[in-house]
Unconditional design. Structure first.
Length: 228
């Protein structure tokens, strides 16, 4: 998903919603944007597990049937692609986020402009509003973080921890050791990242290739990136 950004997905979603107002409700938006956030935290993986119960808790949906209907609607409308279905509400459905480009952006842009002009007229302003919404590409700010800050963010990220436990069946202590080893290697290689997102993506890709040793990492290397 390297060619897709969260900003593009958000714009495409609301363009589509504007043209299909009779179909959508807040549950659809909540589930869709949680999936985007979850995918982002996992380094924009092409396909990823989306645990049903975790998603329901995050978006505040209490009824499984309500969640299931909204989720299936998103699949039917072409925003999600199901790779592997979950067996029950406590297991994860493996999905991929699809860049849905079926919506026409002009309709929403025109409606927004019309609304702005109406607001201006209601205030007694006879001058036509010149602040038009333009489809600029939004550029993410660059975060110049230190290795210590990168490490602290990864250690606090429950989604990255969950990803690590699924791959290597590690506990919290072992996860900290894996993170420490990653930053030891990157520091030795002189690796630098422009953003936290880039660092997490690198870590998740490295994690998929990493093979843990039988001997504890901390017994081999005494390094704590938090103290650096």
């Amino acid at each position: 998903m390297s060619d897709i950004t969260g900003y593009e997905l958000s714009r495409n979603w609301f363009d589509w919603c504007f043209e299909n107002t009779e179909k959508v409700n807040p549950n659809h938006s909540a589930i869709y944007f949680f999936a985007i956030e979850h995918c982002n935290r996992l380094g924009w993986k092409e396909k990823f597990g989306m645990p049903t119960q975790m998603t329901m808790d995050a978006v505040g949906i209490k009824n499984w049937r309500t969640y299931s209907k909204a989720f299936n609607d998103l699949v039917e409308w072409g925003f999600f692609k199901v790779i592997e279905k979950s067996k029950n509400q406590y297991s994860a459905t493996v999905i991929a986020i699809v860049k849905n480009t079926k919506a026409h952006t002009k309709a929403l842009s025109k409606a927004t402009q019309k609304h702005i002009q109406k607001q201006s007229s209601s205030k007694g302003n006879s001058i036509v509003v010149i602040d038009k919404p333009i489809n600029y590409i939004t550029i993410e700010p660059i975060n110049q973080l230190t290795i210590k800050e990168f490490s602290e963010n990864i250690l606090k990220d429950s989604f990255v921890f969950e990803h690590a436990t699924k791959i290597h069946n590690c506990n919290e202590t072992e996860f900290k050791e894996i993170v420490a080893l990653f930053f030891i290697k990157q520091k030795a290689d002189g690796t630098k990242w422009d953003s936290l997102h880039e660092c997490k993506k690198h870590f998740n890709n490295w994690l998929n290739r990493y093979t843990p040793k039988k001997k504890s990492i901390t017994s081999q290397v005494q390094f704590d990136p938090i103290k650096r």
